[in-house]
Design a protein around this ligand. Structure first.
Ligand code: EPZ
Length: 423
């Protein structure tokens, strides 16, 4: 992690190409799932060198797994034949939200899990009640005391139907981890449908699990005895791709992104086209071409997949600050996900926030200033703001951005931006 800042001389068209990193939010559950394998070695390609990935590897190692991270090659190998512990301390848990998945993975592997509460970006309350309720239903005894969660499988897990109150990504993944090796059939109803869930299903099945339905709202897990290490390539990061696409839609130009699955971002591509961009498939990637200021879009409402992703809302808000007209953003997933808006206002943007709604009146231009990343995606929005703005912008709070973007300055440099990290 760095405590530097990102310096951007803005108002340049973006022209160039770069390769989009592997998906953080798929890599984290897939790495955690390696703990389920009592035989063999897992090799996961497309794991970006991010602080959250490093932290996940550190937890695996503390639990006894042998891990090797080839950062340049984005390849992690995990051998988890010997697992020594069943607890993850609060310090490690607190570093990221996805640490909660160690609850399912540890219970599956050892029948026990003593963990703290997960951390992650400050974008809302982010409770774990659905995880706990589902786990209790599936036969896990859970006691919460003194900031720790003590979980035990007393005799055996109890597979069966589980209905989620809302399609939580983390709860769906955690149940898949917990039940992949149980005896019997578990059916998750109202499951999250995100592509990252499909990636986890594909990895677990490559390890020998029998799971079907991921990508739909009903997932069926037929437990198997044991899982063995597998080779797997993590999907492209759809939010990183959208960050670069939103930037190019705001700045104009022509960018080629390699390693993009357009099927994963079809709703956002439709918004980009409404903004005036041309988005085309190019082999395993995509080309976005844009001239002139973006058109405003009446309303952008974040929804569960396949709706407009909450993680892309900050980047699109930054782009809409210079749109021709007014765009209303409605955030329906997290209650505190407009913390980037006042920072964009420092760049001259015209934004009014009212609880879960933000009204963005597009202006001809923004002007450079010093701004701070509020959280991971809010930080990416600041970088886009800097790319749009006249003059120099300095983005502080870079460690937030580094949790999710392997190398945002180099990527934007490859796309023609005047951007650099200053220490
Ligand atoms: C995942 O978080 C992602 N994180 C988030 O990405 C993403 O914003 C989010 O899904 C929604 O797409 C990872 O994959 C590591 P949820 P997660 O459980 O699993 C409520 C980023 O920027 N809820 O689907 O934590 C919750 O409060 C990050 O990369 C409960 O009420 O999200 C929210 O309103 C940020 N109780 C909604 O469900 C629960 O027990 C969806 O949350 C669980 C969730």
């Amino acid at each position: 992690m760095t405590d530097g800042c990102i310096s951007i001389n803005g108002r340049r068209r973006l022209t160039g190409e770069t390769t989009v990193q592997g998906c953080k939010n798929a890599a984290l559950p897939c790495l955690t799932a390696c703990l389920l394998c009592d035989r063999g070695c897992s090799c996961l390609g497309g794991c970006p060198a991010l602080s959250d990935v490093e932290n996940t590897i550190e937890i695996l190692e503390r639990l006894g797994a042998e891990c090797v991270f080839d950062r340049a090659g984005e390849l992690v190998t995990v051998r988890a034949e010997n697992v020594f512990g069943s607890s993850v301390d609060s310090g490690m848990m607190n570093k990221m939200r996805s640490s909660i998945l160690f609850m399912g993975a540890l219970l599956s592997r050892t029948g026990e899990a003593d963990i703290g509460y997960p951390g992650g970006c400050e974008i809302g309350a982010r409770p774990i009640d659905m995880h706990l309720k589902a786990f209790r239903r599936l036969g896990v005894q859970i006691e919460e005391e003194g900031g720790m969660i003590r979980c035990r499988v007393r005799s055996r897990l109890k597979p069966g139907p589980v209905s989620l109150l809302c399609p939580s990504v983390g709860a769906t993944e955690n149940i898949m981890m917990l039940m992949a090796k149980s005896e019997g059939e578990t059916v998750i109803r109202n499951a999250a449908r995100e592509p990252e869930i499909v990636d986890l299903q594909n990895l677990l099945n490559a390890m020998g699990a029998n799971i079907s339905g991921a990508g739909s709202d009903v997932i069926v897990i037929n437990g198997t005895d044991s899982l063995r290490g597998a080779e797997y390539k993590i999907m492209p990061d759809r939010i990183a791709a959208l960050t670069y696409m939103a930037a190019a839609a705001a700045c104009g130009g022509r960018i080629l992104l390699r390693n993009v699955n357009l099927d994963h971002i079809s709703v956002c591509c439709s918004v980009l086209r409404d903004m005036g961009a041309v988005v085309e498939k190019d082999g395993d990637g995509a080309v976005l071409t844009m001239s002139g200021r973006p058109n405003a879009v009446n309303a952008i409402k974040t929804l569960y997949y396949p709706g407009f992703p909450t993680d892309a809302q900050p980047a699109f808000m930054a782009a809409m600050t210079v749109a021709k007209g007014t765009t209303v953003f409605i955030e329906s997933i997290f209650e505190n996900r407009f913390r980037h808006a006042p920072e964009l206002v420092k760049l001259g943007a015209d934004i009014d926030v009212n609880i879960c709604q933000a009204v963005v009146r597009g202006k001809e231009s923004l002007s450079g200033a010093e701004v701070r990343s509020s959280d991971l995606r809010g930080g990416a929005a600041m970088v886009i703001g800097g790319l749009i703005a006249d003059g120099n912008t300095r983005v502080r709070g870079v460690s937030h951005i580094e949790r999710g973007y392997r190398n945002i300055t180099e990527d934007f440099e490859s796309l023609g931006a005047d951007i650099r990290m200053i220490y």
